[in-house]
Design a protein around this ligand. Structure first.
Ligand code: ADP
Ligand code: 5GP
Length: 193
């Protein structure tokens, strides 16, 4: 049986990792997606239990108490967590499973699952941090799902997230969406051969 792998994709908010994750899953029907639990509100177009499992704070506490989450973090004022059972299942069955999680979540995943993890950091384009902030702000505005205040709050975290970059196995700049998805797919395929 082929060996399963956990593919963690992290990036500052607005870089494009959700879009890239969806494109990789569209191209590879046998790859799975780790559906996180979150206390944040559902966005227009999101499908419950496919994009996220939307739960209350009480339910989140319950999952922590019963050890159902591998890791959990507060990100942009909301709670997000990774259910452990689907990851173990995927590895047992020799499957590839993608995780769209924040930089701290990926670090925890690497500590817990070590060689079973491939970590990928995606950067926004820009010569320096200010240009990178501008490009994610523009992408979040174009996405049109958050207010100016929320967009500012999301981009405030960019510098902290960039500091984690060197901890990841691979880095990519998401300038052109198709080219980035091609490169990431190629890297994953090379590593799982
Ligand atoms: P994230 O999950 O990293 O917060 P999204 O995948 O939601 O980001 O992408 C944010 C917005 O940027 C979306 O509207 C998406 O269509 C757009 N986007 C993604 N990649 C690119 C790219 N390479 N160039 C321009 N816009 C992009
Ligand atoms: P969004 O609200 O834009 O969907 O996600 C906000 C951030 O939370 C993103 O960086 C996303 O990758 C991260 N995130 C989503 N699910 C999880 C999770 O289960 N654990 C952690 N640590 N971060 C997550």
């Amino acid at each position: 049986m082929k060996q399963g792998k956990l593919i963690a994709l992290s990036a500052p908010s607005g870089t494009g990792k959700t879009t890239i994750c969806k494109e990789l899953l569209r191209r590879n029907k046998d790859w799975l997606f780790s559906v996180s639990v979150t206390t944040r509100e559902q966005r227009d177009g999101e499908i419950p239990d496919k994009d996220y499992i939307f739960i209350t704070n009480e339910k989140f506490d319950h999952l922590i108490k019963f050890g159902d989450l591998l890791e959990y973090e507060w990100v942009h004022g909301n709670r997000y967590g990774t259910p452990i059972a689907p990851l173990e299942n995927a590895l047992d069955k020799g499957k590839i499973i993608l995780l769209d999680i924040d930089v701290k979540g990926t670090c925890t995943l690497m500590e817990e699952f070590e060689d079973d993890v491939i970590s990928i950091f995606i950067e926004p384009p820009g010569e320096d941090i200010n240009e990178q902030i501008e490009s994610v702000q523009q992408r979040l505005k174009d996405r049109g799902q958050e207010s100016e205040t929320l967009i500012k709050q999301r981009t405030k975290r960019l510098q902290l997230e960039m500091e984690y970059k060197e901890k990841f196995h691979f880095h990519f700049v998401n300038e052109d969406l198709k080219k980035t998805a091609d490169k990431i797919e190629k890297t994953i395929r090379r590593k799982i051969k």
